[in-house]
Design a protein. Structure first.
Length: 355
């Protein structure tokens, strides 16, 4: 941002200088022509000098405009020539500076379109030349296409997120980005992790996709179960797992490994009525009515626990209750309702309760 402001300042300063040069030159030129026929300047070089200096100063803006025009034409010609020889999106990034938004849209479209068309060559070219040269890359692409479920490019993208540390400075010498999103339908949800570099003038071999992972709901639930323990993918990965072997649910837009229970499902109204009588998750009243949780989350850096319970559906859509406790099945700090797509923080089941 600071560099852009400085550049704009110098451009304004240059324009002001050229305009000033034109008007000063015009004044000098007029004065030279007015003084030339006067008797007192007969035989003097002064009027001629005024005319010459004025002519030069008037010419400077036109020379500058001509130079900028030639540069623009040359640059446009080079751009058109380069674009005629681009084979993939990263080729554009190696020659042209693009915004984070444009880079994101281009690479998602390029990867999913080439994958849907089963065009392995076009798909592979989106990865960095550095990765493409590694041993095992071609086999990884073959395995990716063997598992890939065609049609992802036609789905709407949901829950697009970036790490909190993801850089977004368009003036950085090296520009990278990473994001994840969900796409698909209620019957088949897919989760995509994507990492790429879209500007590196010093090392063009590092421009392109550096990480690409596609997972169905079951594979994503396993992957995110212990996300911190996952090692970075060396090559593109498509992980599709069977729902007959892995029980997973989409809750609040996130995939979870799910444990089914025999406990009877109660409605939101029934649960709210129960919570008026107790604020502990180990209370026999709650245990009797909601049974064991379908999912337990424990943060290793905290004493708090998270518990998910399945409720009766509403208008055919699944409903879940999520409780945060201060200890294992202890005091309920707060509770919220969840759908498969969102967590409803606007209508708490239990308001925040620190003690």
């Amino acid at each position: 941002m600071l560099t852009a402001i400085k550049s704009l300042f110098f451009i304004i300063l240059a324009i002001f200088g050229l305009v000033l040069s034109f008007f000063i030159g015009l004044i000098l030129l007029i004065r030279g022509f007015l003084k030339k026929p006067l008797a007192e300047y007969a035989g003097s070089q002064y009027p001629k000098k005024l005319i010459r200096v004025g002519t030069v100063m008037i010419s400077l803006p036109f020379i500058a405009i001509a130079a900028v025009s030639i540069w623009g034409i040359t640059s446009s010609a080079n751009t058109l020539y380069n674009r005629a020889h681009y084979e993939c999106v990263p080729d554009v990034w190696r020659y042209e500076s693009v915004s984070q938004t444009r880079a994101e849209q281009e690479i998602i479209q390029a990867l999913l379109n080439s994958a849907d068309k089963n065009n392995r060559e076009a798909f592979a070219k989106n990865f960095t030349p550095e990765m493409q040269k590694k041993k095992g890359f071609e086999k990884a692409v073959v395995r990716f296409f063997e598992a890939y479920p065609s049609g992802l490019s036609h789905y709407k993208i949901y829950d697009k997120t970036r790490p909190e540390s993801a850089p977004s400075d368009s003036e950085a010498a090296v520009r990278t980005d990473s994001l994840s999103f969900r796409c698909g339908t209620d019957e088949n949800w897919y989760f995509v992790n994507l990492e790429y570099c879209y500007w590196n003038q010093d090392e063009p071999n590092k421009v392109g996709v550096t990480g690409f992972r596609v997972m169905n709901l079951e594979a994503a639930a396993v992957y995110f179960e212990n996300e911190d323990a996952n090692t970075p993918d060396e090559f593109p990965v498509c992980d599709i797992r069977s729902n007959s072997r892995i029980n997973a649910r989409l809750v609040g837009g996130r995939p979870y490994l799910w444990t089914s229970t025999d406990a009877p499902k109660i409605s939101e109204e029934q649960l709210r009525h129960l919570l008026e009588k107790t604020n502990r998750l180990d209370d026999p009243l709650l245990i009797l009515n909601i049974g064991e949780p379908n999912l337990v989350i424990k943060n290793p850096d905290s004493t708090e626990y998270g518990y998910f319970f399945e409720l009766t559906p509403q208008s055919g859509e699944p409903r879940y209750a999520y409780f945060q406790t201060d200890s294992e099945r202890g005091n309920i700090l707060w509770g919220v309702l969840c759908t498969p797509y969102k967590i409803d923080y606007d209508h708490y089941l239990v308001e925040y309760n620190p003690k």
